[in-house]
Design a protein around this ligand. Structure first.
Ligand SMILES: *Cc1c(COP(=O)(O)O)cnc(C)c1O
Length: 362
C-alpha cells in the first residue's frame, strides 16, 4: 500500500468558485489565473473545472503550451510578458497575448518578424512599484506600441497593492483612470481581493486567482465561507500510530509540547516534506474523522502528531484532513492553517510537495 497521503482537486468547487468570481463582476470577462501550475493544483487537473473562464492567465511559456495542448483555443495572457525576443515567436505560434511592462519589451516587439499583429496588455505601475510604466511614462509607451506594425489591439492594465487591506484601491484607480482617460482599449484591474471587496473596480477583464481556488483573499477579515467559496484542494492522510501519554510526557522533536494530563496522541503520515508548514505551532487545527482537533509539538519531515484525547473512536487508520473537506462534509479552511503558520493560503497550496499523489474529483 502506498503511504496514505493524498491531495484531491475538486472540479466542482473550481466551477463554483469561478462562477462566484464572475458573479462579483457580471459585466466583466474573467481570466482564470493559473500561474505557478495553477497555484499548486496542476494546470491539467484544474482545466476541466475552469474551462468556463474567458481566458487563462499565467507566467511561464511552458505553462501556456500546456494550456494549448489541453485544447484551449481561447485567450491566454502572459502576466509578466516575454523575457527575450525568441519568446515572441512562441506568442505568434500559439497566439498568446502578452503583458508589456517595460521599454525593453517594446524594443523586442520592434525587432520581431511577424505578419500577424499581437495583442498586448500595457501595464501601468499605479503605485505598487513592481511592474509597469509610471503614469507619466504610460502614454509614451502606448504611442510607441501603437506605431508598431507588430502590435494589434492594446489593452490597459494595472495591479492593486492593497485590495485586501485598509488602503483599498481608490488611490490607484484614480491614478489609472486619470492617465488613461482618453486612451482606447479594454481595461483589466482587479485581482480576487478587488473583485470581491471592491466591485466598483471591475473593468472589462477581472483576474481572480486565489478566490478560484477557494481561499479568501482577505482572511481573517473574511473566511472563504463568508465569500461563498469552496476549497478546491483537500490534503488528507491517515493515523499510522497512536501513543498514550502520562502527565509530563512530551511529543516530538525538541519536546516542545508537554502533556499536563493523560492524553492520547495520533501520529499522522504528513510532514513538511509533503508541504505542510513546519512552522505550524502546537494547536493548529486539523480534522480527524471529520472532527476538529489540534496538532501537538513540532511538525517533522514525514509525520505530525494530533490530539485524540477527546476522540475515543479515532485510532489507527482514521482519516486526517490537514485542509479542505473531510468525508463527512466538515471543512477546514487552508487559510486557517496558513494563518497559524504566519502566512497565506497561497503559499500552502503552491507548496504542495511533488511526492504527494493528487487525484481529481468532481
Ligand atoms: C497573480 C496575479 C493575479 C491573481 O491574484 P489573486 O490575488 O490570486 O487573485 C492577478 N493579476 C496579476 C497580474 C497577478 O500576477
Amino acid at each position: 500500500m502506498p503511504r496514505p497521503i493524498l491531495a484531491t482537486v475538486h472540479s466542482a468547487a473550481l466551477r463554483h468558485n469561478l462562477a462566484r468570481a464572475r458573479a462579483s463582476a457580471p459585466d466583466s470577462r474573467v481570466w482564470a489565473i493559473v500561474k505557478a501550475d495553477a497555484y499548486g493544483h496542476g494546470i491539467e487537473r484544474v482545466y476541466e473545472g475552469l474551462r468556463a473562464a474567458d481566458g487563462f492567465a499565467l507566467l511561464d511559456l511552458d505553462e501556456a503550451e500546456r494550456v494549448r495542448r489541453l485544447g484551449w483555443r481561447g485567450p491566454i495572457l502572459l502576466l509578466e510578458g516575454v523575457f527575450e525576443l525568441r519568446d515572441l515567436e512562441l506568442c505568434s505560434r500559439l497566439d498568446l497575448w502578452h503583458t508589456v511592462h517595460c521599454n525593453e519589451q517594446i524594443d523586442m516587439l520592434a525587432q520581431h518578424k511577424t505578419n500577424v499583429p499581437q495583442r498586448v496588455f500595457l501595464k501601468m505601475n499605479s503605485g505598487m512599484n513592481r511592474l509597469g510604466f509610471t503614469p507619466g511614462r504610460y502614454r509614451a509607451a502606448w504611442t510607441r506600441l501603437n506605431a508598431l506594425p507588430q502590435v494589434g489591439e492594446i489593452s490597459l492594465m494595472t495591479h492593486f497593492s492593497d485590495a485586501d487591506g485598509e488602503r483599498g484601491v481608490d488611490a490607484q484607480m484614480a491614478v489609472f483612470d486619470a492617465a488613461t482617460a482618453d486612451l482606447p482599449g479594454e481595461r483589466s484591474l482587479s485581482n480576487s481581493a478587488a473583485a470581491l471587496c471592491h466591485s466598483a473596480a471591475a473593468s472589462d477583464w477581472i483576474r481572480p486567482g486565489i478566490a478560484v481556488y477557494g481561499s479568501a483573499p482577505d482572511f481573517p477579515q473574511h473566511s472563504a465561507a463568508d465569500w461563498g467559496l469552496l476549497p478546491a484542494m483537500t490534503l488528507e492522510t491517515r493515523i499510522i500510530a497512536t501513543q498514550e501519554l502520562a502527565a509530563g510526557d512530551s511529543v516530538g522533536y525538541g519536546s516542545t509540547f508537554v502533556a499536563d494530563q493523560a492524553m492520547r496522541v495520533g501520529v499522522a503520515a504528513c510532514g513538511y516534506a509533503d508541504g505542510y508548514p513546519r512552522v505550524c505551532p502546537s494547536g493548529t487545527p486539523v480534522l480527524v474523522g471529520g472532527v476538529r482537533t489540534r496538532t501537538l509539538g513540532r511538525v517533522s519531515m514525514d509525520m505530525l502528531a494530533v490530539d485524540l484525547t477527546a476522540l475515543p473512536q479515532a485510532g489507527f487508520g482514521s482519516a486526517v484532513t490537514l485542509w479542505g473537506r473531510a468525508a463527512n462534509g466538515a471543512l477546514l479552511g487552508i487559510d486557517e492553517v496558513a494563518h497559524c503558520a504566519g502566512t497565506l493560503g497561497y503559499e500552502l497550496m503552491c507548496a504542495l510537495a511533488p511526492r504527494v499523489p493528487v487525484r481529481v474529483q468532481d
